[in-house]
Ligand binder design. Structure first.
Ligand code: GAL
Length: 393
């Protein structure tokens, strides 16, 4: 990988200054730091002071992880990735994750999931209700009549305890109290983010409980492999190693069926651009407003994990491979993005300018007997891992 030269930084900074950046203060911060260090523009933009705060009496900070290939900024508010920098073919760092430039924006914004750790149960639970060992539980509905991503105040709103054992690892811990958001059991959760030697971001999850409960943890990073704020993701190419997906009803609750993707716009077994069939007349696309579906992974093994997806940024040539120990992946292509929030690059979060690939057990698992179970009992250890690996072509 080539190192970034100061002259390259100045060119990028000049281009940024010419662009329609709405945040004048941010531009000032960038130009002040020009030429004074070897930071990427994004590192210069993210001011530590905008992340140092106290929420619920607990300290919030921004942590940088770095190895020879990747740089990643994470805040312990929601255990979320704020920036993820990977080199393109020319060795220039590109920030491929969507985020905000301050904790205030994360707290105030109506889109609370950018980059976040999602729990206790990722995706939807129909009507927020489920039964476990004969007892019915209710999670407060926060997505029409359904519960989404762990209810109203899911793990994305929690301050996690953080420990950085070395420059490329961050360990986050949170104990979710019994009946938090309506879920039974004190759940002790540990999430380890690390940068691996083969250019991957690794996310490892562990959890234990003192009462039977349900757990389905994931990460909700929104990616744009051409770089945050660089427009539509519809020309990104996508391959999903999945012969089946789980069709949904109008409320995006799975019907329980596993449907073969063959002959449908959901067939990404070979590379296809995300946008090539997104406007086809298709009931499932209509329900999702585009792609917003769980794919059933074939279990194509690579390093002991399922190879889930490969995505290529059309303008950058940046490639992302997703590997996971989970049986499914939610492919969501930013259908609810509505230009309502200003991102750290100064751009708005425009419609379909980012996509998510959330590794997971299937949505509404507590109510679907034929889906792999997400029940965790006392004495058991929930353990899962996923990797997002970067290269270029
Ligand atoms: C996804 C979900 C979408 C949407 C998004 C957050 O995981 O499938 O329907 O809710 O999160 O905006």
């Amino acid at each position: 990988m080539k190192r970034i030269k100061c002259s390259q930084i100045l060119v990028v900074l000049a281009l940024m200054a010419m662009s329609a950046c709405r945040d004048v203060n941010k531009k000032a911060i960038i130009s002040e730091t020009a030429g004074t260090n070897m930071q990427t523009p994004m590192e210069s933009t993210l001011q530590q002071t905008n992340f140092d705060t106290i929420i619920d009496g607990r300290a919030v900070k921004l942590y940088w992880l770095e190895n020879k290939d990747l740089k990643m900024a994470i805040t312990n508010y929601g255990g979320r990735i704020v920036a993820l920098l990977t080199p393109d073919q020319d060795g220039n760092y590109v920030d491929v994750s969507i985020g905000y430039s301050s904790i205030k924006d994360y707290v105030d914004s109506d889109e609370t999931y950018f980059g976040a750790t999602i729990g206790r149960v990722g995706n939807r639970i129909a009507k927020g209700k489920f039964s476990l060992d004969g007892t019915e539980y209710s999670v407060v509905p926060n997505n029409n009549e359904n519960a989404l991503h762990g209810g109203e105040n899911g793990f994305q709103d929690k301050v996690w305890d953080a420990e950085q054992p070395d420059t490329k690892t961050l360990i986050l811990r949170y104990t979710s109290p019994d009946m938090e958001e309506g879920f039974p059991g004190n759940l002790t959760v540990k999430v380890t983010y690390s940068l691996t030697d083969n250019r991957a971001v690794r996310m490892e999850y562990e959890a234990t409980t003192d009462k039977a409960t349900v757990v389905n943890l994931t990460n909700h990073t929104y990616f744009n492999l051409n770089g945050e704020g660089s427009g539509s993701i519809l020309n990104h190419s996508l391959q999903l190693y999945a012969d089946q997906f789980t069709p949904v009803d109008q409320g995006l609750i799975p019907t329980g069926e596993l449907k073969n993707v063959k002959g449908t716009p959901f067939d990404f077994k070979d590379f296809n651009t995300i946008g090539s069939r997104i406007d086809e007349e298709d009931r499932q696309l209509a329900f999702g407003g585009g792609y917003d579906h769980n794919f059933v992974l074939n279990g194509t093994k690579s390093n002991g994990m399922n190879h889930a997806a490969t995505v290529v940024g059309d303008l950058s040539g940046i490639v992302m491979d997703v590997y996971t120990q989970e049986p499914g992946i939610q492919f969501y292509c930013g259908n609810f993005m509505a230009s309502e929030n200003t991102l750290k690059s100064g751009a708005k979060d425009d419609y379909r300018t980012a996509f998510c690939l959330e590794t997971q057990h299937f949505p509404d698992s507590p109510n679907q007997q034929d889906f792999p179970s997400i029940t965790l009992r006392p004495g058991e250890v929930y353990h899962t891992a996923s990797e997002y690996k970067f290269s270029f072509r």
